[in-house]
Design a protein around this ligand. Structure first.
Ligand SMILES: [Ca+2]
Ligand SMILES: [Ca+2]
Length: 184
């Protein structure tokens, strides 16, 4: 089944930015809103269960530009009609070292869009990046990682470049790999 999906995907790549069913093409690859609330770590594991045909693995969404930040808001709005929109987990964390934020998928921590007064590490226990739902400004907050929230998964256009090589992704070079769904 995987071979068939990759084969079909390669045809699609020739003509359009291909993302598998339930995934949405965005600024840097394919994105998927996941509605079942999970802790941040379980959400990340769920995302890592998805893979692309060339061996790249999914992860929680990283945001490295204003365009990508706005895309996160649009994807959530299109995926969940609740008003206000639910908070979602993204792939930012400072669990390794307090206030040293990193993206789990290895992208460089450069663009930020914190809410005023955030991150505040409230109670000494906020190490995961939440994209809040109750406000319209699409700014970020650090939050307790054990809270169960919906989340957004991310598959890179060039997973081989992104994985393990922070900031070394090179969009636009070569062909786009086909994607397929991993574990369901
Ligand atoms: Ca923290
Ligand atoms: Ca906070």
């Amino acid at each position: 089944m995987q071979v068939l999906l990759c084969f079909v995907g390669l045809f699609a790549v020739a003509t359009a930015h291909y993302c598998p069913p339930l995934w949405t093409s965005g600024p840097r690859g394919c994105y998927r809103y996941m509605s079942t609330p999970m802790s941040w770590e379980n959400a990340r594991q769920r995302c890592m269960g998805f893979s692309s045909c060339d061996g790249g693995v999914g992860d929680l969404m990283s945001i490295t530009s204003e365009a990508e930040n706005n895309f996160a808001s649009l994807l959530r709005a299109a995926s969940n009609m609740a008003n206000p929109a639910p908070s979602v987990w993204l792939g930012g964390t400072d669990a390794g070292r307090e206030n040293q934020w990193t993206w789990t998928n290895g992208q460089q921590w450069q663009y930020t869009n914190w809410e005023q007064g955030q991150p505040n590490n409230q109670g000494g226990a906020e190490n995961c990046l939440r994209y809040p739902g109750q406000r319209s400004v699409n700014q970020w907050d650090d939050w307790d990682c054990f809270t169960e929230l919906p989340f957004v998964c991310h598959l890179f256009e060039h997973p081989g470049n992104a994985a393990g090589q922070p900031g070394q992704g090179q969009p636009g070079q070569g062909g786009r790999p086909a994607f397929l769904l991993g574990h369901h």
